[in-house]
Design a protein around this ligand. Structure first.
Ligand code: CTP
Ligand code: MG
Length: 233
């Protein structure tokens, strides 16, 4: 089973509100995109990479890609469309049993250790696996008018992180079925769940932050500096 990495990087970073898509903002002196790809390459130097980019992207520089085997695939309107585009682009090369890990370009702090644990779990789990972190805060549901309607039991609630890993054939079938049935897909696992399958939760580090808002940049820089040497790059 070969390993494919799909890195959706076609977002505009609207919530960041910067002068460029957030994956091109510098984090400790290097663009976020370069940092994320460097971590993935450290964990899986032999993997094949699909990098989903906006066809009109004027910021990308191929020198940031450390993989020997990689291709650029056109991003779509939504994240799921970018991932589907990558799956379609490798259809003639990929085997149904190959493993596909999908990882947000906006998560540069993922550790090599978590990447490999997720890969190992996804290889062993028939319905695939995702990195996830248990919810720590008490969860409130609002009444639509800024007041608390209910306290939701926190037990058994997880934050869905990336990577998310599935067999190539399964992931294609899940995304195609979701599209045909009009199921809203926010991550790959939700498409697999909609097939009635149960992907495995792999407990990952809580510092696998998705850089989303302006204050996340400082936080991500601090996280990178605080991580142990083997995880740096
Ligand atoms: N993404 C993508 N194609 C899209 C939308 C998002 O490949 N049409 C990617 C982003 O580049 C990011 C990941 O999906 O790596 C997660 O999306 P998000 O954090 O929402 O990033 P953006 O969509 O860029 O940010 P925003 O929603 O604030 O505009
Ligand atoms: Mg988005």
């Amino acid at each position: 089973r070969r390993l494919w990495l799909i890195v959706p990087a076609a977002g505009q970073g609207r919530r960041m509100g910067a002068d460029r898509p957030k994956q091109y903002l510098e984090l400790a002196g290097r663009p976020i995109l370069a940092r994320t790809l460097a971590r993935l390459h450290r964990a899986f130097p032999e993997a094949r990479l699909c990098l989903c980019l906006d066809p009109d992207d004027a910021w990308f520089d191929p020198r940031w890609v450390p993989f020997a085997d990689w291709r650029r695939t056109p991003g779509g309107a939504e994240r799921v469309d970018s991932v589907s585009g990558a799956l379609a682009a490798i259809a003639s090369e990929a085997d149904v049993d190959d493993l596909v890990l999908v990882h947000d370009v906006a998560r540069p702090c993922v550790t090599v250790d978590d990447l490999r644990r997720l890969r190992d779990a996804a290889l062993a789990a028939p319905a695939g696996a995702i990195l996830a972190a248990p919810v720590a805060d008490t969860m409130k549901r609002d009444d639509g008018r800024g007041r608390i309607r209910a306290t939701e039991p926190r037990d058994g609630l997880w934050h869905a992180l990336t990577p998310q890993g599935f067999g190539y054939g399964l992931l294609c079938r899940a995304l195609e079925t979701a599209r045909a049935q009009g199921v809203a897909i926010t991550d790959e696992a939700s498409a697999v769940e909609a097939l009635g399958l149960a992907p495995r939760l792999v407990s990952g580090r809580r510092d696998n932050l998705k850089v989303t808002h302006p204050d996340d940049l400082g936080l991500a820089g601090w996280i990178l500096a605080a991580q142990d040497e083997p995880y740096r790059n």
